[in-house]
Ligand binder design. Sequence first.
Ligand code: 5RP
Length: 219
Amino acid sequence: MSADAQKKAVAEAALHYVPPDEILGVGTGSTVNHFIRALASMRDRIPGAVSSSEASSSLLEEVGIPVVSLNEVHELSVYVDGADEANRHLQLIKGGGAALTREKIVAAASRRFVCIADESKLVGALGGFPLPVEVIPMARSYVARQLSRLGGRPVYRQGVVTDNGNVILDVHDLEINEPIRLEQAINNIAGVVCNGLFAMRPADVLLLGSPGGVQTLER
Ligand code: 5RP
């Protein structure tokens, strides 16, 4: 089964976690795009969605699901999103699609985070995928120097501006032995808006595609 077929299978499995008649949190990426298209089959039971990116908002509107501002809702029951890497503790690296900041906000505002991914995303230790860091443009060089001091090799993602008007540094070669400490350390660098480690707020459920079907991992 191809990675894309696995993404489609986990996206369809995630429908089971969608609470009817409630506003839903929706992430970003190719796996989530499958999820949004699958969600269209139950759009009559979905009053709206809080979206983590302009790209997901467009697709939600295209399939007839109204997009709602996070400021209009108190708390979300469920957030569904993909990941670039996941470990067995359901800690994640996210931000391959540059939507990490809004993703982290919507995840924080949700009681249950359901992560959907193909099996290639499950790793023993996080860090093979370069860690995305969203940075205020004027702080790019300063933040890059500080990330080097943490042992990483930051690479400017040329030509990418986030939905928040910022830039992305992708940090290669990080040894992520303590994801929570590293997430906090990077957050403490002046000029960093957000980093793609989701360790303080990991996923609650990971639906993982595999050739044999969808596996469910829970914390
Ligand atoms: C976007 C993300 C995505 O969830 C992540 O990149 C996974 O993408 P895909 O589902 O296309 O593999 O964090 O910022």
